[in-house]
Design a protein around this ligand. Structure first.
Ligand code: ADP
Ligand code: MG
Length: 308
């Protein structure tokens, strides 16, 4: 399979016209610091969803049919994956033979204590890093066979990243941070701006579009990061401790939002965290400790622990 085919097949896993379309319903953000009314002036202009008519080719590929027939194949598959860090003379195995299959439409939570290898695993799942040993496959394609530019394309188009420390560019405004991933796409600047406006409206930050990250609260920064992660409409959202730097209430909003993306948009959500509370959103939980999977549990979403 060529890279273009891989990307097409990832893209066509979801109906693009659906994406983001119903996000307004999912969004229940209350601004934690001020009232929300001022951001709504431009709502009328935003009725048009730029993701509906942007002329992108999300659904064009006939691969869509073929891939959906192969629905049982994992989106991401890790086969005996090791990550060994070299520190001078000392080697440290952060991941020790991980076998894991992740399927389209899952809400997967990787739960483990600090230092258990979660971020290392997330970097491998997101093609930000390559394993020391073993294989990472995307749609059955070994990513080690792809070159850096191909990996960059996958990262840019298929995966939306959300980080604990938000990873916003400090010198760019809210709007520019959201526009950033779109800059790498061959797209009309006007449509990009419409998309950014649309996403900022969804996360309730229209009135903060000119603010720098330093002029935002933690919760607002994470909302910018979420808007940015959705900019290219990726089928997979990967989040590393997305609530780690947020108070409980703001964290709940963020998770409610991710939950909406899963429920309404069918996005595949993968969260690595040490926060047991996040488990309630999961369809499957992977328990990790000292670089090894301890156990994997399927669960029914939103059911309290212990009532299964
Ligand atoms: P978690 O995200 O679960 O807290 P990490 O994946 O960040 O864990 O780290 C797992 C282990 O690998 C830790 O013991 C950490 O110190 C070590 N580690 C992570 N990154 C590096 C690195 N670049 N060099 C050496 N050791 C690392
Ligand atoms: Mg970590």
């Amino acid at each position: 399979m060529t890279l273009t085919e891989i990307i097409d097949s990832f893209k066509t896993k979801l109906d693009p016209s659906k994406i983001v379309n119903s996000l307004e319903k999912a969004a229940s953000f209350n601004d934690e610091s001020e009232n929300d009314s001022e951001g709504n002036d431009s709502r009328e202009d935003l009725k048009i969803n730029p993701y509906n008519n942007s002329g992108n080719d999300f659904a064009k590929s006939s691969n869509a049919i073929r891939i959906s027939k192969n629905g049982e194949d994992p989106l991401i598959k890790l086969i005996d994956v090791w990550k060994i860090y070299q520190m001078g003379e000392v080697e440290f195995a952060a991941l020790k033979g991980i076998n894991l299959e992740i399927y389209e439409g899952e809400f997967l939570v990787v739960l483990g204590p600090s230092g258990s290898g979660k971020s290392t695993l997330m970097n491998l799942l997101g093609c930000l890093d390559i394993p020391s040993k073993g294989k990472v496959c995307l749609n059955s394609k070994d990513i080690s066979e792809l070159d850096e530019s191909e990996l960059a394309l996958i990262r840019g188009q298929m995966i939306g990243f959300i980080f604990q420390s938000f990873n916003l560019i400090p010198t760019l405004s809210t709007e520019e941070n959201v526009l950033l991933p779109l800059e790498f796409q061959e797209e009309d600047r006007h449509i990009s701006r419409q998309k950014a406006a649309y996403l900022l409206d969804i996360v309730g930050l229209t009135d903060k579009k000119k603010n720098l990250p330093s002029q935002l609260s933690g919760g607002q920064r994470q909302r910018v990061a979420i808007a940015r992660s959705l900019a290219v409409n990726p089928p997979i959202i990967l989040a590393d401790e997305p609530t780690g730097n947020l108070d409980t209430k703001t964290g709940d909003y963020i998770l409610g939002f991710l939950d909406g993306l899963h429920e309404r948009e069918g996005k595949t959500i993968i969260i690595v965290t040490h926060d047991l509370d996040i488990v309630k959103y999961a369809t499957r939980v992977v328990y990790i400790r000292d670089g090894e999977i301890e156990k994997i549990e399927k669960r029914t979403k939103n059911e309290p622990e212990g009532l299964k």
